[in-house]
Design a binder for this molecule. Sequence first.
Ligand code: XIL
Length: 398
Amino acid sequence: MKCKRLLGAVMAAAVLVTSLASCSKEVNYTPDMAEYAYEDGAPSLRDVYADYFQVGAAVNPRDFEEGTDRFKIIDKQFDVYTLENDTKAENIHPAEDEYNFEATDQLVEFGEKYDKTVRGHTLVWHSQCPDWFFCDENGDDVTADVLVERMKEHITTIVSRYKGKIDTWDVCNEVIDDNYGLRFSDWLRIIGDYDGDGDNYDFVEIAFQTAREADPDARLIINDYSLEVNGNKAVTMYNMVKQLLEEGVPIDGIGLQMHIDYETDVERMRKNFELLAKLREVDPDFVLEVTELDLSCFTSNDNSTEKEITEEFTQQFDAKYCEVFNLLMDLSEEGILDTVVFWGYDDGSSWLNEFPVEGRTNYPLLIDRDLKFKSAYWNLMNLPRQREAGETQSQEAE
Ligand code: XIL
């Protein structure tokens, strides 16, 4: 068990009150320990969950500025970092002969300097991917051969540059359709059944094989959303990955984006994840990662822009986070999950403020717009201790 470093003089009184504990799991975390997430005495999510999984967040280049409040927060709270947008094709490879590595280089430098895990997001995706990949000089579709070559060049150039430095790659993102089968993206439409073997998984196969050749030690992930609630999608993912693993395609794990909301059914989530975890029968080292966790204050059929955050709602929101983290700790104990990454860390910067409803204000994360810890943070900080003590889950931070 990883023991927490001493909390420091300012915290000493609080620690004494809470039983002279030396290990993080014995501390009762209370909101008076730190109001702002960047305070020196703030506790750390990654320390508290160290026995279960690494905790991470999507970040942006401004977060790497040493000495800033944002830097202090990300350094203290997380072990794993994904760039929210900068490693996507439209930013890193905007034109065929133009790469822009600056931000991803910064991520990697930060990771090396502070000994952090870094993720590359993402190599093959239908979104935020420039049209030049798919078009010739007349604006017509390129042939399958040309697109395969462009995809290989893109993957090889980027993954080799960061060989041994980017730990994990979201090689393919969102390739499963919401209703049935694979998403009919330009990748699928143009490459299709490239090897003529009767399935159309070929662009996925080639992407993973190319990434493996470029960095044999990187963890290679296939990432998607709604796998926790959409049974068809989970089954399609399971069937595809099972076949590909049996054919020797180097997929190391599935990335569960987990853009969920305060009403998401956690028991259904458990069933879907149990199905995906069966891929261990094919590859005993297969993993699941949570890659983009946030918990919207709006359900998917709600188009409103404002939400009244009542005390009752906050309790429901906090309880849902705890229910989800209990499931994630169960998966960790089963040995299938070792990474949980949030999509951002403060409500003010979350993509869910404008998506999917323009002008919306959302509150999906653990730190508020003023960079203060929310009650959900304190609830999650106490959860492992309560779980190990066999206490029923408390919805209230004291
Ligand atoms: C989102 C970013 O957060 C936004 O800033 C951007 O405008 C659109 O993309 N699934 C993914 C992420 O895999 O890359 C998306 O990120 C969120 C959904």
